[in-house]
Design a protein around this ligand. Structure first.
Ligand SMILES: CC(=O)N[C@H]1[C@@H](OP(=O)(O)OP(=O)(O)OC[C@H]2O[C@@H](n3ccc(=O)[nH]c3=O)[C@H](O)[C@@H]2O)O[C@H](CO)[C@@H](O)[C@@H]1O[C@H](C)C(=O)N[C@@H](C)C(=O)N[C@H](CCC(=O)O)C(=O)O
Ligand SMILES: Nc1ncnc2c1ncn2[C@@H]1O[C@H](COP(=O)(O)OP(=O)(O)OP(=O)(O)O)[C@@H](O)[C@H]1O
Ligand SMILES: N[C@H](CCC[C@H](N)C(=O)O)C(=O)O
Ligand SMILES: [Mg+2]
Length: 501
């Protein structure tokens, strides 16, 4: 997005900044923001972000060499590579806050020009953001969505790098969303993002908490630390108006204690104490029907999403859009036509002769794998075959728990690779296998394409093959290389062989 601002203007917008350098660069136009010395360009302001491997501030000289107008770095980086008086280097303690302030000022505070919804929780963020986006767009409220799959709005789509972009990219995307006349933005807010201040300068009209179960314990010290990160979205720095919280989740229950009652709406799939709850439920292979109770009255509904956990996502989304002013009847009328989310409970069906069901899902945590298997079970006549693995360079302790979930709930477990990244795939498989009791004999096939192929070719008519963990991903990360790989394509290929088409 083409824009520019005077350095002096950007620095004047900072809080807690030491006195400004008396430097001629203050009058220069800043053309962009860079947090990476390798992609820094002439006219950028370079911000040295603290990382898990290195303090980005240490690269300020490289940034200046390619023509950065100024660099903002930490005291530690400055101590290691001291700038001279005539270098336009500004030293600040809280780089994370400063990065967001500069980015927001550079892009004219776009979050303030949108009605913002932030959704956090271990599982359900992508699904719930898509439901909110769908309802708002269907009701003629132009809406931008930012999350794991893409940043998009009507007529525009860009594949995502992170679930929640870092502040400079996020503010740029919000500015693009404003320029495209969107009125709302619904975004996934990951716990990494909250800890790293990626969403600072984003006031949210609504903050949603879906649930908290084990994941990311490579990044967060323990579950309390993980909860503390998610909770930040509900502090006054971010939350402006309404908190919408899952009452069925123990951490959700804890979270609501921190609010005045009028600031929070709760939802539950069955607890009548919640502001939004469901009853008279009938779960079917193609969705669920029942009665929805809301502060605006009761109404019969049909949702096309399978499983209790998806009902929870529907409740979160309905509560959000009703708070934003949509009409309950209109929303419930639209719900049956929601097409689902790529890679979430996505059926792979190549023709009507297909004698087994094949589902691709993004379950990559113990809780989501358990939910997936429980939700699918009633609709599979024969055996339930679960093909799954665990990502490398990620929480190692979730691996045996995922093994255990599959061993307990599936009839056949096929343990394979997910994205091994820089870890030894064999070691990841071994970690998964420690959770599988000796009485159960899983198939262990490291090559994911072969694992999918074997599961589909060995299945008997009536069986269900659930392929979990990679959902929408169209790649596999082996070492530091990213190759094309898509569970749905692999499943289709195997089905073609099975059905001889
Ligand atoms: C844990 C984490 O968030 N890591 C992110 C972080 O990497 P890092 O801490 O290793 O960075 P680093 O290498 O130490 O470098 C620090 C800084 O120095 C800069 N640098 C570094 C080297 C150099 O030569 N020059 C230079 O300028 C880097 O650009 C960076 O800004 O900063 C990088 C650059 O911005 C990110 O790409 C990287 O995301 C990695 C790829 C990642 O996988 N993140 C995942 C875990 C993540 O953020 N996931 C959440 C979703 C989680 C969920 O499922 O809920 C997300 O929101 O996507
Ligand atoms: N509300 C929920 N509770 C538990 N599990 C869920 C819920 N919603 C979805 N799932 C399961 O979790 C998987 C991921 O769902 P989704 O992509 O919506 O979550 P997410 O929070 O965006 O995940 P990520 O943090 O990896 O982006 C789904 O494929 C499904 O198996
Ligand atoms: N946002 C999650 C996605 C995990 C998806 C799974 N396929 C894996 O690679 O572990 C993460 O980065 O931990
Ligand atoms: Mg997501």
């Amino acid at each position: 997005m083409l824009t520019s601002k005077k350095l002096q203007y950007l620095l004047n917008n900072l809080s807690n900044i030491p006195s400004l350098p008396n430097h001629s660069a203050l009058e220069r136009e800043v053309k962009g923001i860079s947090t990476n010395s390798h992609s820094c360009q002439l006219g950028d302001i370079f911000i040295g972000m603290p990382g898990t491997r290195v303090d980005g501030g240490e690269f300020w000289q490289s940034a200046m060499e390619v023509g950065a107008v100024a660099a903002i770095i930490s005291p530690q980086a400055a101590q290691k590579f001291p700038p001279k008086d005539d270098d336009c280097v500004i030293i600040v303690e809280d780089i994370i806050t400063v990065a967001a302030q500069i980015a927001a000022a550079f892009y004219d505070y776009p979050a303030q020009q949108l009605k913002m919804v932030g959704i956090t929780g271990t599982n359900g963020k992508t699904t719930t953001t898509h439901l909110v986006e769908y309802f708002l767009n269907q009701c003629q409220k132009p809406t931008a969505l930012i999350g794991t799959l893409y940043t998009r709005w009507p007529g525009f789509e860009r594949t995502a790098v992170h679930t929640t972009p870092f502040a400079p990219e996020l503010q740029e995307q919000l500015a693009e969303a404003v320029a495209a006349n969107n009125e709302y933005c619904v975004m996934e807010v990951s716990s990494h993002a909250l800890v790293q201040g990626r969403v600072k300068q984003c006031p949210f009209q609504v903050s949603v908490f879906t649930n908290l179960t084990q994941d990311h314990l490579d990044f967060h010290k323990d579950m309390e630390d993980y909860f503390a990160a998610k909770r930040l979205l509900f502090t006054p720095d971010y939350l402006q108006e309404k908190a919408i919280v899952n009452l069925d989740d123990p951490y959700g229950k804890r979270l609501i204690d921190s609010f005045q009652t009028e600031q929070v709406w709760t939802y539950s799939v069955e607890d009548t104490k919640a502001d939004f709850y469901t009853s008279n439920l009938t779960y079917q292979a193609n969705g669920v029907t029942g009665t929805l109770t809301t502060p605006f009255g009761n109404i019969e509904f049909t949702s096309p999403l399978v499983g209790q956990f998806n009902l929870s996502n529907v409740l979160a989304a309905v509560a959000t859009v009703l708070y934003l002013g949509l009409d309950v009847r209109e929303v419930v009328e639209k719900l049956p036509h929601f097409l689902g989310v790529p890679g979430r409970m996505e059926r792979v069906q190549i023709n009507d002769k297909q004698d087994i069901s094949v589902i691709v899902d993004y379950a990559h945590t113990p809780d989501s794998l358990e939910n997936l298997l429980k939700a699918a079970r009633p609709f599979i006549k024969g055996k339930m075959i679960c093909v799954f693995g665990c990502g490398g360079d990620r929480d190692r302790t979730k691996r045996p728990l995922m093994g255990q979930a599959s061993a307990q709930l599936a009839d056949v477990s096929v343990v394979t690779s997910d994205n091994p990244r820089t870890e030894d795939p064999q070691r990841i498989l071994e970690d998964v296998l420690t959770g599988i009791p000796e009485t159960i004999e899983p198939l262990v096939i490291s090559d994911r394409a072969k694992a999918i192929n074997t599961a589909i070719l060995q299945a008997n008519p009536g069986d269900g093959v659930l392929i979990a963990g990679k959902g929408h991903e169209d790649y596999q990360i082996l070492g530091t290389e990213k190759i094309h790989f898509d569970d749905r394509e692999e499943a289709r290929k195997a089905l073609e062989i099975r059905l001889k088409v």
